[in-house]
Structure formats: C-alpha cells, structure tokens
Design a protein around this ligand. Structure first.
Ligand code: UDX
Length: 440
C-alpha cells in the first residue's frame, strides 16, 4: 500500500521505469544501481536514455524525495520488505542463450541482508527454471531462511511507451508458490488491479515462459508478414492492403503486421534465440525450430534492402551517396541495439557507399556504436546530394517531408521505404522512383 517501502534492483531501462512508476503509485522507492555514472544521473532526476514521459516522472519523485538511489545492498535489505529484481539478461557472447549472471548476482548480493520476512520479485526475462533455482539460493543465503521468498512477475513494457505500459499494463502475471505471496502482490498492485488490469496467477515456470512466448509470438507475426511481403512482390500484390484485409479478422488483428526491415531492439531478437536455446536444453528443440526461421526471415529483410539498393544504383553501391533516415530500432526510442536501420547503414558503408544517417533522437547512440558513418543534423541535410534515400525507422517527421521540396535537395530521386508508411503515389507523382517492401 502507498507509503510502503520497496527497492528496485538494477536501474536500467526496466528498473528506472519501474522505480519511477512505483513512486508515482505512492511508494517510497530505493533504486539499487552499481554503475556510478548511471546512478548519479538518475539521482539528479535525469534519464540516461530517451523515453517519453519517464524523465518528468523521475524528476518529480526525486524532487519529492520518494525516489532515491544507492549502490548498497545492505541499505536495500534494511529498507523494505519487497524487492524487485530488474537487471538485464543479455544474449551470451558464446551462445544463443540468455546470460543470467546479473540476476544471480542481484539475488546473491541482497540475500545476506534479508534478516526478516521479505518478498523478492523477479521482473527480468529469464530462461525457464531460473526462478526455482533462485528461490532455493535465496532461502539458503538469507538469515531469514524460508521467510525470504521469491515470486516472478515478468514485465512486458515496450520502449517508447514504458511508463504507460507499467502504470496501465495489459495484464499482470504472478508466478508464486503460496497464497500468501499472491496476496502480497495483489495488495502491492491494488491500484493497478482496481483500474481493471487482469491478473494471471500461476507457477514460476509458466510465468517465466509467458514472457518469452509473448515475444516469440510477436516476432513470428512480423516475420510472417515479411515472408508474405516477398510473395506479394513476386506476384505483383500489395502487402499493406493484404495486412489491412487480414487484420480485420479479429482472430488475426492488424497490430504487428507491418512488413518492412523487421524487428530489432534489446528484447525480441535475443528472446527468440534464448527461447530456442532453452528449448534445446529441455530436449524439445525440434518443436521450436521454426523460431530459427523467424530469426532468418527477419535478418533477411536487411539483406534484401541492401540488394534492392544495389540494383537501384546500377549494380554497385561503391562511392554512391546514400541517405539513411532513422537509426533507432523503432521510433520514439534512441536504442540502436540490433537495429535494422543501423545494420543496413553499416552494410552499405562497408560496401563502399558514402552513408549519411539522420535520426531525431538516436544520432549519438548510433555514433557510439558505429562511429565511421556520417551523421547529419536533419533529414534534409542527410539527403543532400544523395543518389538514394532509405527510410528505415518510421519517425513521424519523415512522413511530413514534402517529396517535391526534397527533389531539389538530392542528386537522384530514388527512395526505398523500408517501413511501408510513405505515400508512394505522392512521391512518384513528384518524380521519384519509389519502392516499398512487398508493395506495388
Ligand atoms: C518488445 C515487446 O513488445 C514488449 O512487450 C517486451 O517487453 C519487450 O520487447 P520493444 O522491443 O520495445 O518491446 O518493441 P516493439 O514495439 O515490440 O517492437 C519490436 C520491433 O518490431 C521493432 O524493431 C519494430 O520496428 C518491429 N515491428 C513492430 C515491425 O517490424 N513490424 C510491426 O508490425 C511491429
């Protein structure tokens, strides 16, 4: 209940959002972050990445004193009785599986300071079986013994909508081992539940699998429409009309049926690989092997764009000037992890093209990842003298650029719409050779 004290361990994307949102719900929140630079930024009420609405919320609650940050697990253990684990589980360097070392470290560092009854709530995306292992570890390391309990409550937030998805989630999932822990979580999320959010109460393994299954389904939907887009292209059909038509069927739905350069980011690609890897460990790899194709179809979209660009430029991209609009893996984010846009820009650069990139928010993060590309300060500046324009992240501002005005800026009027949102007939009417993916 409001006023209660909770900790949030790991204040990256998920944790910083969860901490600020829980303060908004009225809790006293202590964030544990071991990275000093990140912690100091957060303590000033600033967000170390771009996420609409988060900075305002964070600044508000740092100012009220309801949200503080520390690097001390001892302080965290003494602070409250509910502890959320929000650390990252990146793809392992040596395999497709998820690296759970930070989750293990969080639980092992906190446990020795749990002297009284406490509920540790995992929110990170983990391979199925992790929670059961951690629950035993927690009980053995905590002075409170069996009174140090674990629950799993996966997070489904989307970048760009992180605050909204945390405060008004589609559902809450509680993986618990007792009615007492369920009641504690229900009481904690009482305001969210009262607003009509459905709750699914289940065991650890199901709660862990819900998260990866949801992301695998979304990834499959995107790769399905991208595969169909290639058929459309071969048959002279239009994948956007097709998606609109099948999307009217409520069993299918129109969301996540946008064909284009595919999915990227810190979740979907790594989660389908980790799911596949874990299925292999469990001896059921064959049944999940379609996820390999989902991954392949997705990566193929990047190669396709490079191939189309090469053919539009007469067989080679070497020395051609190519403007790339977008670097983030999706709009309203500055995240370039596994970004299709940056991958395509990089591939063209490595084939000898002169690539100029512009992203409204991700120029800096892209530069840090791929410093050898040229970064422009505006959409028009990137397009200056270009032989080919690639639209790869669908920021709204790109849709408002007038193709007639842009014609006077570029060297050759050629465009590939990698997100299928530009008005191709209008661009063609302005004299452009304009291509989408799977479009007429
Ligand atoms: C995703 C899940 O949506 C979220 O529930 C989970 O917690 C984390 O992973 P996020 O990575 O923020 O969230 O992005 P999302 O909005 O799901 O988009 C993922 C990728 O798919 C983006 O690269 C996006 O451009 C792409 N996409 C999405 C498509 O290519 N086509 C679509 O129709 C929809």
């Amino acid at each position: 209940m409001p006023g209660q004290r909770v900790t949030v361990i790991g204040c990256g994307y998920l944790g910083a959002t969860h901490a600020a949102c829980m303060a908004e719900l009225g809790y006293e929140v202590l964030g544990v972050e071991i990275d000093a630079a990140k912690r100091e930024t957060l303590a000033k009420g600033l967000v170390p990445f771009y996420e609409p609405a988060l900075e305002e919320l964070l600044a508000k609650h740092v100012a009220t004193g309801r949200l503080r940050f520390t690097d001390s697990y001892e302080e965290a253990g003494a602070f409250g009785s509910i502890h959320f684990v929000c650390v990252g589980t990146p793809q392992r360097h040596d395999a497709l599986g998820a690296d759970v070392q930070y989750v293990d470290a969080a639980v092992e560092s906190l446990a020795p300071y749990l002297v009284e009854s406490a509920l540790v709530v995992g929110k990170s995306t983990v391979p199925v079986g992790t929670a059961e292992r951690l629950a035993a570890r927690l009980e053995s390391l905590a002075p409170a013994g069996a009174e140090a309990r674990l629950a799993w409550n996966p997070e489904f937030l989307r970048e760009g909508f992180a605050v909204q998805d945390t405060l008004e989630p589609d559902r809450l999932v509680f993986g618990v081992t007792s009615a007492r822990d369920e009641q504690e979580l229900r009481a904690f999320y009482a305001a969210v539940i009262a607003a009509g959010t459905p709750v699914v109460v289940t065991d650890f393994a199901t709660a862990e699998l819900v998260k990866v299954a949801a992301n695998a389904f979304l990834a499959t939907k995107i790769s399905f429409i991208n595969a169909v887009a290639e058929v459309c292209e071969a048959a002279g059909a239009d994948v956007v009309d097709l998606a609109d038509a099948i999307g009217h069927d409520v069993r299918i739905g129109r969301k996540f049926l946008n064909a284009g350069v595919g999915f990227g980011g810190g979740c979907l690609p790594k989660d389908i690989r980790a799911f596949l890897h874990r299925a292999g460990e469990l001896g059921v790899e064959d049944t999940m092997s379609f996820l390999r194709q989902v991954d392949d179809i997705n990566l193929r979209q990047r190669t396709r764009v490079v191939q189309i660009a090469t053919s539009m430029l007469g067989g080679s991209v070497a020395r051609a000037r190519i403007a790339v609009w977008g670097a983030a893996f999706k709009p309203h984010s500055d995240d370039v992890r596994d970004s299709p846009a940056l991958s395509i820009a990089g591939q063209l650069h490595l084939r000898g093209a002169l690539v100029s990139v512009y992203d409204p928010k991700a120029n800096d993060t892209a530069r840090a990842t791929f410093p050898t590309l040229d970064y422009a300060e505006s959409a028009l500046a990137a397009a200056h003298d270009a032989d080919l324009l690639l639209h790869l992240t669908e920021w709204p501002e790109f849709r408002t650029v007038d193709p007639v005005e842009l014609a006077g800026v570029v060297h050759r009027q050629q465009v590939i719409d990698g997100r299928n949102v530009l008005d191709l007939p209008a661009w063609r009417a302005a004299g452009w050779t304009a291509r989408g993916l799977g479009r007429r």
